[in-house]
Every structure is written in C-alpha cells, then in structure tokens.
Design a protein. Sequence first.
Length: 145
Amino acid sequence: MNENKELLLFIYDNTKMGVNSTKKLLSLIKEKDNKIKFLLEEELQKYEALHKECKNIMKKEKITSSHSTVLKDLTANTAMSIEVTKDNSDSKIASILSRGFNMGNINIEAKIKDYKNEVDKKVLKLAENLLEFGEKQIELLKNYL
C-alpha cells in the first residue's frame, strides 16, 4: 500500500468515526439542557467537512475504503452511551471528548511524522488540518471541564 493511500484511509476512518460518534452523542443529549451542544454541532460540521474533503481526494486518486470499522464504531458508541447515561454533565462529556481527541492527535501526529516526506502535499495538508482541528477542540473543551 502506498503512503498516500494509507494516510488517506487513516484520515477517512478517523473522520468517519468522528462524524458517527458526534451524531450519537448529540442524540444522547438531545432532550437535555447541555451547554456543550453548540460546540458539538460545530464539531460535527468540521468532521463532516474533513470527511468530505478526504473522500474527494480518495475519489480523484481512485482509492476506496474496503475495510469496515463497524465493530470499532459500535464499541466506541457503546462505551460512550454507557458513560453519558451515567453522567451527562458538560464536564463529563468534555472529558470523554478530550480523551478521544488526545488519542486521535497522537495517532495522526505519528502518521504525519512518518509520511511527511512521502505523501502528496494535499494529503499532508489534510492530515495537518485534522491535527489542528483536534488541538483546537481540546482547547475549547477545557472551558467545560
């Protein structure tokens, strides 16, 4: 597998999981009075934009995602549902999201380091945008902790 494809598939999976998890979280607090909803709605829009950009690049490069992340998504959504059902406070939600962004940032930072000299500039820029988004979200989430 070439480096462009590997990095794009990583970004694809990451952003798809972000879209799905954020939608699930918003549905869990739909009837609640959480102040963090606005941040989650903006987060969803950004994840969707990054995912769309990734899909567009993959389409141009004739790259398809042939593997399934259903089990990974299901596991993450189940764990999140259990945690939010126990405690749906803004601080708990911010804590859950911060952990997820931290893990995602560590992974994408490692990929950027590994592939920065091998991948196309547009793919690298997309990866850097994903990292920047994660870092910004962590800072915004600190206001809810």
